[in-house]
Design a binder for this molecule. Structure first.
Ligand code: NAD
Ligand code: TDX
Length: 339
């Protein structure tokens, strides 16, 4: 079934986090006719500053938990879609303490699906390529939408669980849902616990960057703005019940990315520390975005990784007041686990 959907009043869960806030700012700029209600619990990863300055008539923040069914009953009616970004999102945290991952990623998604079923609105589910497990470094294959699910970490297994709930609710109850699985995002407003912001802010603080294991693990990088454009295309033009993979042909090993950061920031290429590997560390992710490109005509705009990285570094240089409050506690946690 094909849908040409024109949203007017959407809920964006997790809209104060990294990718959610980039999406909210993108919608505010490109679709001023659409009202956005951000539903965010403001965990350690959520920051209202990420959506500060947007017109109050267009973007409203409701602070609350997606697991709260009563709250959903109060705010969902009157909206025509939910775009679901809220999650516990960091693999290393999930290894230390999986419980909030099960609660937010699995139970939270279940609550949203029940609200969608009750109020009959459109639902888009934002997920990750990590649900497909990992690939060998030398394998020509890339992930495709119908690949089997093989998640490795507590984080990715809770995301996989949430995707399966969406598929079941679409098939059994006929909710109008789509799913997207995206590769690793980079860009402004990403928490300093994640790879690129951690290394950039380490260098800005005079701390040596930290590389896990052998540094050979490959991630498929996409600029967060390209992710936002893809989610909008799927929400408005995607086929109901379908899964779309979002990726920008951005495969790079971690050591390559780190050397690029060191070089752009004027550091010697060996000015980093090797640290303990992540348990269960996925070797390689790689997305085949053909379905998204051929069906919906989406193409990435940020195709020059070095340029995107340079702009991201500049953003962290210019926004020390944004990241500084989280830096010390984040590094303390990493130090405790030898990373
Ligand atoms: P993030 O950790 O930066 O932000 C998560 C946001 O969700 C925060 O604002 C947090 O306060 C909010 N939140 C957490 N629990 C909540 C709850 N119970 N109720 C309401 N709000 C809650 O995450 P991110 O990196 O922006 O990721 C956003 C989404 O995109 C996630 O679903 C993630 O799985 C997915 N994703 C991320 C990447 C990536 O590279 N970061 C790639 C693919 C998919
Ligand atoms: O200090 C570090 N050193 C290091 O070598 C950190 C923080 C990470 N790494 C490695 C681990 C990964 O191979 O860098 C790679 C990227 O790490 P993360 O930024 O933690 O991302 P990843 O685990 O790949 O997951 C990300 O992409 C998929 C997001 O955090 C997820 O939310 C998303 O689903």
């Amino acid at each position: 079934m094909s849908s040409a959907f024109e949203p007017h009043n959407i809920i964006v869960t997790g809209g104060c986090g990294f990718i959610g806030s980039n999406f909210v700012r993108w919608v505010a700029q490109n679709h001023p006719e659409v009202h956005v209600t951000v539903l965010d619990k403001l965990t350690y990863a959520g920051n209202p500053e990420n959506i500060a300055g947007l017109p109050e008539s267009q973007v409203e923040l409701v602070v609350g938990d997606i697991c709260d069914a009563d709250l959903l009953d109060r705010i969902v009616p009157g909206h025509d879609a939910i775009v679901h970004y809220a999650a516990e999102s960091h693999n290393d945290n999930s290894i230390r303490d999986p419980e909030p991952f099960v609660q937010t990623n699995v139970v939270g998604t279940y609550r949203l699906l029940e609200a969608v079923r009750k109020y009959g609105i459109r639902y888009h589910h934002v997920s990750t390529d990590e649900v497909y497990g990992d690939l060998a470094l030398d394998e020509p294959r890339r992930f495709r939408p119908d690949d089997p699910y093989k998640p490795s970490s507590p984080y990715s297994s809770t995301k996989a669980s949430s995707d399966l709930l969406v598929r079941a609710w679409a098939r059994t109850y006929g909710i109008h849902a789509t799913i997207s699985n995206c590769s690793n995002n980079y860009g402004p407003y990403q928490h300093v616990e994640k790879f690129i912001p951690r290394q950039v802010t380490n260098i800005l603080c005079g701390i040596r960057p930290k590389l896990y294991g052998t540094g050979e693990n490959v991630r498929d990088w996409i600029h967060t703005e390209d992710h936002s454009r893809a989610v909008w295309d799927i929400l408005t033009k995607g086929r109901i019940g379908e899964t779309y993979l979002i990726g920008a042909n951005g495969e790079k090993s971690n050591i390559e990315v780190l050397r690029e950061i060191l070089s752009l920031m004027g550091q010697p290429e060996d000015a980093f520390d090797w640290v303990r590997d992540r348990p269960g560390h996925d070797r390689r992710y790689a997305i085949d975005p053909t379905k998204l490109e051929e069906e919906l005509g989406w193409r990435p705009i940020h195709t020059d990784f070095a340029e995107g990285l340079q702009q991201t570094i500049k953003w962290y240089e210019d926004h020390e007041g944004w990241w500084r409050p989280a830096k010390e506690a984040t590094e303390r946690k990493y130090a405790e686990q030898g990373q």
